[in-house]
Ligand binder design. Structure first.
Ligand code: NI
Length: 209
């Protein structure tokens, strides 16, 4: 190496350190400014199609079909009113997500579908959905109607009997489905997804005008 270039080395090193620090700061600020992608928040943006036509009975005893829900986004959850904790938690989360949206949330229809039509009569549903949200609709029906709707959303459910308990319980899938105003699936939220995350996804998808 040329002796005359030696004094340059500390200068080059200093410039490199300053440049790298500046780059690091920029990257760090960029990471702070951008919120994490929804996929990182327990949200599945599905490449699959779910849902479709159904015929059910709502919590007021009225026969309803998918056509009654067209034109507004729908947050949908399948469970049963005798569920000790999981269903109440998820339904509470759905209601909180709609509340989080303020006036915009009025456009979203929260729906609870039972997988236990034997016990979840319209009367039973009526006394339940109102505990979570004043506009929540409860759907029940005959065993066949419920089975058909659950199949359309690929919901797993089965009766389970704990020998220690007098009443049976239900095993069931616990996802929350966001359907668009056109009835198409927009997003699936994993059990336990924070209401703020559901609200954010709704704002960025079905409520975006
Ligand atoms: Ni449950």
């Amino acid at each position: 190496m040329d002796r005359r270039s030696l004094p340059l080395i500390p200068i080059v090193l200093a410039v490199a350190v300053v440049a790298l620090s500046a780059l690091g700061l920029l990257v760090w600020q960029g990471m702070r400014a951008s919120t994490p992608p929804v996929a990182a928040l327990g949200v599945i943006n599905p490449p699959i199609e779910l849902g479709g036509p159904f015929k059910m009975v709502d919590h007021t005893g009225r026969e309803v079909s998918e056509a009654d829900f067209r034109g507004r986004p729908m947050l949908l959850y399948f469970g049963f009113t005798y569920c000790p904790d999981v269903c109440p938690t998820e339904l509470g989360g759905m209601a909180a997500a709609v509340a989080e949206l303020g006036d915009e949330g009025d456009a979203v229809q929260p729906v609870f579908v039972t997988v236990d039509p034997e016990r979840d009569t319209p009367e039973q549903m009526a006394g339940y959905v109102g505990l979570f949200h004043p506009r929540m609709v409860g759907l029940t029906g005959s065993a066949d109607q419920v089975a058909a709707m659950a199949r359309a959303w690929r919901i797993y459910y089965a009766k389970a009997q704990d020998p220690q308990a007098s009443e049976y319980t239900m095993d069931h899938s616990g996802f929350v489905y966001l359907m668009g105003a056109d009835g198409q699936l927009v997003s699936i939220f994993q059990p336990g997804t924070a209401p703020e995350v559901m609200a954010r996804v709704m704002r960025e998808t079905v409520l975006r005008s």
